[in-house]
Design a protein around this ligand. Sequence first.
Ligand SMILES: [Zn+2]
Length: 402
Amino acid sequence: MIDQFSKEIHKEIHKIAREEREYVADLVQRLVRIPSPSCEEGAVISLLEHEMKGLGLPEVFTDSIGNVVGRFGSGKRVILYDSHVDTVGVGDPACWKTEPFAAVRRDDIIYGRGASDNKAGIACMVAGLKILARLAREGDFTLYVAGIVQEEACEGLALAALLEEKSIKPECVVLGECTNLAINRGHRGRAELEVVTRGVSCHASAPERGENAIYKMTPVIEGIKWLAERLAVDPFLGKGSIAVTSIDCATPSLNAVPELCRIYVDRRVVPTDTRETIAREIDEIARFTKGEVRITEYSRPSYKGFAGKREKFFPAWTVEEDSPAVTRAQETYQALFGERASVGKWVFSTDGNYSMGIARIPTIGFGPAEEKHAHSADDQVRVDDLWKSAAFYALFPFVYSS
Ligand SMILES: [Zn+2]
């Protein structure tokens, strides 16, 4: 339950957050104006480092992969906030109504690439630190705010690198990914598979002399369609899915039988689809075709040259609605805004696949903006979401540790 101390400070935090409304809106605009595709986040990290150093925090640092972290407090209960600072590309600029990196503010909405996913999140978390610095009161918590790199390319990779390198052991992680101010408590996971069949090339005028690698792939594709109808369903997260997303082949010419065929498969998983059950599916496919099947691997050096590597299996995860993290988040929201937050899930995958899915650290999401605007040419965030999120981020550690 929320104690008397937290009750007193929630009004103060609410007031300071309102006063910081323009600060956080301006910070979102400054962040959006610096393009930061995955592995090119250096400039945006520098801005955040400078911003957090200006708040007089006891510790601000960047780690080896290039995440930026600010710490507030030194109490027993360790909480980590995570928002990523990289974005996807802009796609066709003609689809945008505003210039993607102009961060246009119109009718109290800020538009631009990364506004929703996830620059508003990191701006609000930094604003939360500013509120805490202004409040000048410490609770029995240590709060780390992390601006994470390479999430769009390989979610979880850079968060894992941070926790391992710095031996930070949070008991709760809060993701700033867009939730439209709801409390999210899970999402499906995913795996990326590559299947290869090999044949024997020959002149296409006499195909019987060779073995067509594409024909060998046909039963694999049929098998995947068969499997798609039979995947596990989770009562909260919904059904797993599987889809062939790419096909190509190696052939000496358009008058030759191809010697190699390759497909990529996107597999969305629910919590009962573990790394082991996916491995069994893979074995099944391999037996079926004598093909080569593997989970693909991500390895791209960070902007600092750190060579992270991760197999592309990202587990699904949920935390219970009555878990301490969700309950404390609900109390925080209620104290600030006088009503209950809705509780939901993401359709997309986040760093939570590592924090909860692998490291088993209770993880929730709370953030500004709507998931439907993420990665779209209509990328945007409402300014009113910003100060509210900042207030939530400032109060939550007090409620959690009380
Ligand atoms: Zn995101």
